[in-house]
Design a protein. Structure first.
Length: 145
């Protein structure tokens, strides 16, 4: 799958977001090492802390479809303008978990809602010195970088 196709799937997912409070629609598409793809969108709740980010939604779907250890790349798209949407801190932590399980420095394509801008990052860049399952191993493993 091309980067553009993965970003398009994230944009399609963003259109399905439930965001009546912020009106900030975010979509996420995750591709496995085998080419399988899942998507997710943010879902807000009147009790704000009960909302779910698009990345968390898609990571849950990925675990059920092919396993977090097979996550190869992620596309995140949000908003309605030219501002690039990157994962929040909590989502970076969740992506780091998948990266450490897979042994890959997972690539994240971050796109604007209007499709005019894209940035390419790795999880190691977005959460340097992250703490994850590798740190809990008896050998004190390191984070993805």
């Amino acid at each position: 799958m091309t980067d553009d196709q993965l970003l398009d799937l994230a944009r399609t997912a963003a259109a399905k977001a439930y965001a009546p409070y912020s009106n900030f629609h975010v979509g996420c598409a995750i591709e496995s090492v085998d080419g399988e793809v899942v998507t997710g969108a943010n879902m807000e709740n009147a009790c704000y802390r009960l909302g779910v980010c698009a990345e968390q939604s898609a990571l849950s779907a990925a675990q059920h479809k092919f396993g977090l250890d097979k996550v190869a790349s992620i596309a995140v798209v949000g908003g309605a303008d030219a501002t690039v949407c990157t994962p929040c801190g909590g989502c970076r932590q969740a992506i780091l978990e998948a990266a450490q399980l897979s042994g890959r420095n997972v690539e994240i394509l971050c796109g604007s809602g209007d499709g005019s801008a894209v940035e390419r990052h790795t999880i190691g860049e977005l959460i340097p010195f992250g703490f994850g399952p590798g740190n809990l191993e008896p050998t004190g493993g390191t984070s993805a970088s």
